[in-house]
Design a binder for this molecule. Sequence first.
Ligand code: SAM
Length: 407
Amino acid sequence: MEPIRTVELFAGVGGFRLGLEAASDRFKVVWANQWEPSMQEQYAFDCYTAHFGNDRSQVCQDIAKVKGSIPDHDLLVGGFPCQDYSIMKKNSAGIEGPKGALWWQIDDILREKRPRYLLLENVDRILRSPAKQCGRDFSMILRCLYDKGYAVEWRVINAAEYGNAQRRRRTFILAYHSVTKRFRDLAEGVCSKWLKFMHKYLLEGSILAKAFPIKSHGTDYSKFWIDEMVYSDVQDLSVRQKVFLYNAGLMMNGLVYSIDVHPQMESPIALRDILEDGRVDEHFFLRKADMPSWRYAKGAKREQRIRLNGEKYWFTEGVVEFPEPLDRPARTILTSETQVGRTSHVVADPQTGRLRTLTPVECERLNGFPDGWTDTGMPEKMRYFCMGNALVVPLVTRIGEGLIADL
Ligand SMILES: C[S@@+](CC[C@H](N)C(=O)[O-])C[C@H]1O[C@@H](n2cnc3c(N)ncnc32)[C@H](O)[C@@H]1O
């Protein structure tokens, strides 16, 4: 069996690679890139190489500087950084966009390398971004992929709904090039039966629908063209496009169809089931001195605050369960996990009943990584940071199995 030469961008601690290698040993990562711009130390890269070896195919530099050395490959994967989609704005340099806008790095690599498949992961709000021009950024991505000869399917997946221990919603974007059989079959169906075919494909036939079965769908949908008949180029689209995109969609030959789908739910894993069995170290337990801050952070509020411009406004937010319910999957883990704040998880320790934060191993379990995966010499707070950045590995395994079946 031929290997599937895979390139992993924005590799973090290797969630994509772990997930794909669990799906099949045909996935061979031939080049990987990870570089954390905000830090001197490169803990995620060190973790990656601790597990996958350190040779010249693992590169710790800004992708903008090293993309020219990427070898030929069949599959490009990556969870590209996503904090700010205003970076998608074009500057006077036109379609190349400003430096640091990481989608444009991927776009450049696709233009140069044309891998047969592309698998990306991002936050769910990528479909709505930017707030004042809903759907523009994702439409730009679709148009870039259309221009390079790809068909695209996407799904927002909540990991807990497909048998995992974390309610983490992420958009998976899968594209296949016109040289693939899947593209040709899809093109033929869309040509002869149009939306009817796209609808059925989205619900049953797509790789993502097979990996994450769908129970039903809503009645609203969006349908629009992003091709050159409507927008002369990406720049034109970026100015005029505004559209609501649902949690599942498909783009073929410039035609986009998107609907709201409801998952065929699988039994979730409860937070209780991933907690460590034995005694955990004392430093995980909440300190008495921090209790007022924890209570304040988790509590409901209505208070007057002042904007930078001096304007006063009422800030309100509801209560967060404190401690976390153990009979449900966890909320999403963020890079700030365990810092005193609303989003950090606090659990009643099953052994002692005392309140504590999650351990790094528990965060690894929530993402489906093996225990101790990030225990490669980095400070403890970086282990949480890396898990806040990472993805839910078993989801990638499912998509990988779908790809293998397709190939
Ligand atoms: C969302 S995380 C992906 C995490 C990964 N999927 C995992 O399982 O750990 C994005 C990663 O891109 C890296 N990154 C950010 N800017 C980069 C750049 N210019 N070049 C290369 N990597 C970059 C970050 O350090 C971060 O680890």
